[in-house]
Ligand binder design. Sequence first.
Ligand code: DC
Length: 230
Amino acid sequence: MSKKIIIAIDGFSSCGKSTLAKALAAKLEYVFVDTGAMYRAIALYFLRNNISFTNELSIAAGLSKITLHFEYNPSTFKSDIYLNGENVEAEIREMQVSSKVSEVAAIAAVRDFAVAQQQAMGAQKGIVMDGRDIGTVVFPNAELKIFVTAKPEIRANRRFLELKATDPTITMEAVAENLQHRDHIDTTRAHSPLKQASDALVLDNSEIDRATQFEIALNWANERIEKHNR
Ligand code: DC
C-alpha cells in the first residue's frame, strides 16, 4: 500500500484554501482538517462565556472546558466542527465570530491548545490540513506545503458573495475591512504569524479557476507521494 504524506496548506483569509484542501483530501482519500474552524469555535466559546482575551487565568480555565471534534456531514460532503458536543459549523462563520477570531487566535495558550490537537490528528499522516501556520509550526516536516494567495479585491469579493447568501444586510466595505483587519493581525502577531514556509510552493489563484487550481495542486501532491514511496 502506498505510504501517505502530510499536505499543509497555508495562506491569507478567503483565498479558497479550504475548498482546495477539501477537494484534495477527497481525491486522495485523506482526512481534511480546517484548523480555522477550531480557532473560530474557541472564539465562539470565549464570546459566549465572556472570557477576557487578556486574562490568562480565565483563558486557561476556559480552554480546560473546551472539547472540539469534527464529524462528517453527508449533506455538505465535509466535516462539521462540534464544540462540547454541539454542531457550531454555521455559527462560527457569522460576523460576530469573524470579527473577533484573529484576536483569539493570537493568544499563545490558545495556539498551544489547538496545535497539540492538530499534531495528534496528523500523527498517522494521510491528512490535508489548512490554516496559517501548518507548514511552519504544526508540521514543519510536511512532505508538501502549499501557500495559497489571491489579490485582496478578489478575496473580498469572494467572501462577500459567500456571506451575502445568508446575510442580505452585509456590505462589501464591511467584508473588505474585516479581511484587512484579520490579515494585519494574522501576519503581525507575536506567536506563529502567517508566513510562507521557505519550502512552500506558491499557488496564486487570482486568475485561475477552481478546477485549474485543483489540477496544479493534485500534480504536486502526486509527485510528492511518488517521491515518498521511492
Ligand atoms: O481560515 P479562517 O478564516 O477560518 O481562520 C479564522 C482565524 O483563525 C483567522 O483569523 C486566522 C486564524 N487561524 C490561525 O491563526 N491559524 C490557523 N492554523 C488557522 C486559522
